[in-house]
Write a protein that binds this ligand. Structure first.
Ligand code: PHE
Length: 333
């Protein structure tokens, strides 16, 4: 019996699966199994031996049962561990996520325009997005009740403060800072208007303001700067069109359109910026003598440039963070 115990124990210890254990159980404990065979021998035994022999067989049976059971538990635990390991969820951020990031298309446009102007010696200025009525309108020659205010009606915080409707208030802020010295600045930033969002309108968008003030600045300087800028952004194959326009803070004023060839071959123009010669009253209010100084200013629509350059059909794409849209512009950082 001892030998049998030893052999079974070895077999059980070596078993690697529940199936193998089952086979061992059949070999030893089933009707046709070894233990039953041993039991059958009991009839041939002497009466005096029967009791102890029977006990030994029972003992063996119990032994095998217990060992199989504990091995079974061991195997089950191992399988569970394996499964848990397999199904483990790594809650850490993938280390590649950051290296896959790329610049937003609007930032690329802004940086391209900044490069162009920095090379020409302009400085980059900044202004607050929460602006006062004074800078957003009054200093830009839009007095209270001026009809042109309506076009830019915005989000007011109270009667005197609002989200800026354009980057032009930076013109007045920079002129006051520079205290009547010549200047050349650009200022990229967000602006807000009370528009209903649709494929061509957004209540929030971006502009790049430009302002040059010096003695003897004329319209030809403005025109050549803008044409050079557009050629820099789009290459020379696009046509540029200037239309007379009106802004209270520039006189004369223009709007500038850039051509877009549609798929059917038709030529379309899209307005990309407003510009003009700084109005003498704007110079005067900001402390510059309009008899001595003149200047030009422009305000570029960043989304418009991106729409034209990358042929984008819905302005809302810039803001909804859809990776399918953003990933199209991967790479050319
Ligand atoms: N501020 C004008 C706008 O938002 C654009 C502009 C800027 C026009 C500077 C002329 C000069 O529409």
């Amino acid at each position: 019996m001892k030998d049998i115990k030893k052999i079974v124990l070895e077999k059980i210890n070596e078993a690697k699966s529940l199936l193998q254990l089952q086979e061992i159980r059949i070999e030893y404990l089933s009707k046709k199994g070894l233990v039953n065979d041993l039991m059958k021998k009991i009839s041939k035994l002497d009466k005096s031996e029967i009791k102890s022999y029977g006990q030994e067989i029972n003992n063996l049976k119990q032994f095998i049962n217990e060992k199989i059971k504990s091995k079974q538990d061991e195997i089950k635990n191992k399988e569970l561990d394996l499964q848990l390991e397999k199904e483990k969820i790594d809650i850490h951020l993938d280390k590649d996520v950051l290296s896959n990031a790329n610049k937003h298309i609007l930032n690329k446009v802004i940086e391209d325009v900044e490069d162009f102007f920095l090379f020409k010696g302009y400085e980059i200025a900044e202004g607050p997005e929460l602006e006062t009525d004074l800078y957003n309108f009054e200093m830009m020659n839009l007095s209270k009740g001026h009809p042109a205010r309506e076009m830019q009606d915005s989000f007011y915080v109270d009667a005197e403060n609002l989200l800026r409707t354009h980057t032009s208030p930076v013109q007045a802020r920079e002129m006051i800072k520079k205290k009547s010295k010549k200047l050349a600045i650009i200022c990229p930033g967000k602006v807000y208007r009370r528009d209903n969002d649709d494929p061509t309108h957004s209540h929030q968008f971006m502009q790049i303001e430009g302002l040059v003030v010096d003695e003897n600045i004329n319209f030809a300087n403005l025109k050549s700067t803008l044409i050079e800028l557009i050629n820099h952004i789009f290459g020379k194959e696009r046509n540029v069109r200037m239309r007379p326009s009106y802004f209270p803070f520039t006189e004369p004023s223009v709007e500038v359109d850039v051509s877009l060839i549609k798929e059917n071959g038709d030529e379309n123009y899209i307005e990309v910026l407003g510009a003009g010669m700084v109005h003498p009253r704007v110079l005067d209010m900001a402390g510059y003598n309009p008899d001595k100084f003149s200047g030009f200013a422009f305000g570029i629509g960043v989304e418009r440039i991106a729409i034209l350059k990358y042929k984008i059909d819905d302005i809302r794409n810039f803001y909804i963070n859809d990776l399918r849209f953003l990933n199209q512009f991967k790479g050319d950082n």
